[in-house]
Write a protein that binds this ligand. Sequence first.
Ligand code: ATR
Length: 282
Amino acid sequence: MTDAPRAFVIGQPIAHTRSPLIHRHWLREYGIAGSYEAVEVAPSGLAAFVEKVRAGAYVGGNVTVPHKEAMFRLMAGGADDTAAAVGAVNTLYRAADGGLAAMNTDIAGFLANLDAGAPGWDRGGGAAVLLGAGGAARGIAYALGTRGVSVHLVNRSRDKAEAIAARLGSGATAHGSDSLPSLLDGASLLVNATSLGMAGKPPLEIDLAPLPRMAVVNDIVYAPLETALLAAARARGNPVVDGLGMLLHQAVPGFAHWFGVTPEVTPALRRVVLADLAEAKR
Ligand code: ATR
């Protein structure tokens, strides 16, 4: 008998990650005799942990803060285009040849969330306005490019938006906040990839008046689930997609690689994670 497959999530701190909740839900749902454990790993222990994985202790796992960029450097030889686009790895798995491989599933998660929540969002013909230029925005800008959607990056620090646009090439331009009203006019997608609007952070202040009512509005913030941005967009009739779906969908490719079943993001899974978020708030 072979041992049950074991997967992990590593980070520091690791107590707050919701990944075990998601993967254990799916393990139960599909009746798979596997495990998913949260392991606290300090930056100084990262290389040794990867060696343990290579030696077969796990079938793979997730990588979270603060290790995503360091893992990309450690795994550079085995990282795919998604990891290279973001410069960060969030998932390790065993490739068909048995070697350890790395990817960044935030890109697939972002796209799958929009596909599920606003089918046809990429056929509007207009550009996307992307707020932010951190790690999350980098992946989303790349994701939009893979669908042929041109991107206007708007960020407080314009130089960071310019660096992302330069890497992406002709499909992306960088702007300061003063250009926002004219960029919103004619956009078919607005995404908040800043931390503004997250519980404990300042609100995102934005006047949606110039945005067409057909434009899809997406926030990657999921605590609170209905941010002020989404509430304002919904009130004026725009289709909205919340950020929780991205968290759930980004978990799909890892689970599929580790346990051999492509899991579904269902209302039941959403309820499990929402209940945990509500619990954490109390
Ligand atoms: P992540 O990796 O999650 O994207 P990050 O790299 O810290 O996190 O990026 C946070 C984003 O929110 C950045 O675009 C940041 O703008 P700067 O690049 O100018 O720092 C944006 N952000 C955070 N606080 C902000 C604030 N008070 N006003 C405007 N933008 C803010």
